[in-house]
Design a protein around this ligand. Sequence first.
Ligand SMILES: [Zn+2]
Length: 185
Amino acid sequence: MSDGLPVPGDSSADILRRLAGRWRETPAGCWEWTGYVNPQGYGCLIIKGRSIRAHRAAYVAANGQITDGRQVNHHCDNRRCVNPSHLYLGTQSQNIRDAISRNRLYVPDGGRGSSHSQAALTAEQANDIARLYATGKYTQADLGARFGICQARVSQIVRGASGYDVEVVTRAGRGRPGLTLVGAA
Ligand SMILES: [Zn+2]
C-alpha cells in the first residue's frame, strides 16, 4: 500500500484544516492531540473513512510524501504530539534505538497490533468486533485495544461503514459509551 499523503487527493491545506484546533501546546512545545488517542498512544483521526495517525498527517502536511516503508518518529517521545518540528522520518529500528538511547523504550501491550501501523483485520475479526460490541459488554475503546486498532475504526466496523461485510447488530438497552467520532469525513 502506498503511504504518502493520508488520502490521495488531500492537499496539505486540507490536512492542516483537519488538524486545526485539535491540539494543545504544552510547556515543552509539543502540540498534543486532543482528539481520540488509540491504545498505542497515538492520536488518530478519520479522513474519508480511513483512520489515520494524526502525527503522520501532520508530517505529510508539513513535508509532503512519506517514502514507502518509512515511519514518522517523534524527537520528543510524545506520541500524541503533532508538532511537525518534533517529527522526523525514520525506520522502526531507528525509532527503537533512539528510544533506548533516551531510556524510553515503549513495549507494545501483549504484542497485539503493530506499534507503527494499524493491524489489518480479517472479515471474521471484523464480525467478532461487531458481535462483541452488540453484547453491550465492551466499549469501542476496549475492542480497539483488544484488536489493535483505533476506536474510530471500531466505530466504522460496528456501523457497517468499514468496508468489511459485517452484520450490523443494534446494541440494545444502553447508549453508546462515550463515543466521540473525531474528524468524520
Ligand atoms: Zn513534541
